[in-house]
Design a protein around this ligand. Structure first.
Ligand SMILES: [Zn+2]
Length: 113
């Protein structure tokens, strides 16, 4: 099954919620729930560290410690997510297949599978 718009071949499609049907949700692994915010915090800390290096006299030790701690959390969450990935894929596929109505975000074309 191809997840593309039949009209413009765009991959930017989204399922339309159907009234009267229980909304099927993919099971999002907990590791992903940790991984995404951890990556954002890590990026933020890296940016702060770089800014402190550029505009000050080096990153503070608090920032450095925090960066290392968040980096370790990212690695652990990344590893856990890697282990959860096969289950997550199956869950996502089941979710995609359970969706009958789709809408394209590029050309607003709506269709039913
Ligand atoms: Zn389209």
């Amino acid at each position: 099954m191809q997840y593309r718009c039949p009209q413009c071949q765009s991959p930017k499609i989204m399922p339309i919620a159907q009234a009267g049907q229980p909304a099927a949700r993919p099971v999002v692994p907990k590791s992903l729930v940790f991984l995404i915010p951890a990556i954002f915090v890590l990026l933020l800390l890296v940016i702060i560290s770089i800014a402190m290096w550029l505009f000050g006299n080096g990153a503070g030790s608090t920032i450095q410690t925090a960066t290392v701690v968040v980096f370790i959390i990212c690695v652990i969450a990344g590893f856990l997510f890697y282990r959860d990935l096969p289950d997550f894929k199956i869950s996502m596929q089941a979710f995609m297949q359970s969706q009958k109505k789709w809408k394209c975000r590029d050309c607003n074309h709506e269709w039913e599978v």
